[in-house]
Design a protein around this ligand. Sequence first.
Ligand SMILES: [Zn+2]
Length: 131
Amino acid sequence: MLTDVFYSVLKNKCPQCHQTDVFVTHNPFNLKKFDKMHESCSCCGVKYEKEPGFFQGAMYVSYALTAGWFMVTWALDTFLFHSEIWQYITFIVVSMIVLMPLTFRLSRLIWMNFFIHFDKTKSFTFKKHQL
Ligand SMILES: [Zn+2]
C-alpha cells in the first residue's frame, strides 16, 4: 500500500519489514555518513542492493524529484515573488546543492520500494505476537 511506502521512505525504514534503518544515520545532512547504507536488514534479511548497479535506477527518481522541485519553486516564484531571472537561477542552483543529500537518500529509498514490498509477516512485532 502507498502508506507503507511513505512510512519506509520518510522514516528511513526497511521496505520489507519496517523494523530497521536503511541508512546508518538519520540525519541526511551529516555529510560524512549521509550515503552510508546497511547492506541488508538485520531483522528480515532482505538485501538492499539486489544486484550490482541496482541503485543506478535511483538516478531516474532523483531526476524526477529535482524536476518536481524546479517546477514547484518556479511556479511559486512566477505567481508570488516575481524575482529577477538571475535571482531565481541562483536560488535553484544553491537549493539543489543544499538538498542533494536529501534527494540522494529519498531517491534510493523510493527506488527500493518499487522492488521490495512491505510484508507484515516479516516484521519483528508480528513475529512476537505469533509466539
Ligand atoms: Zn527488514
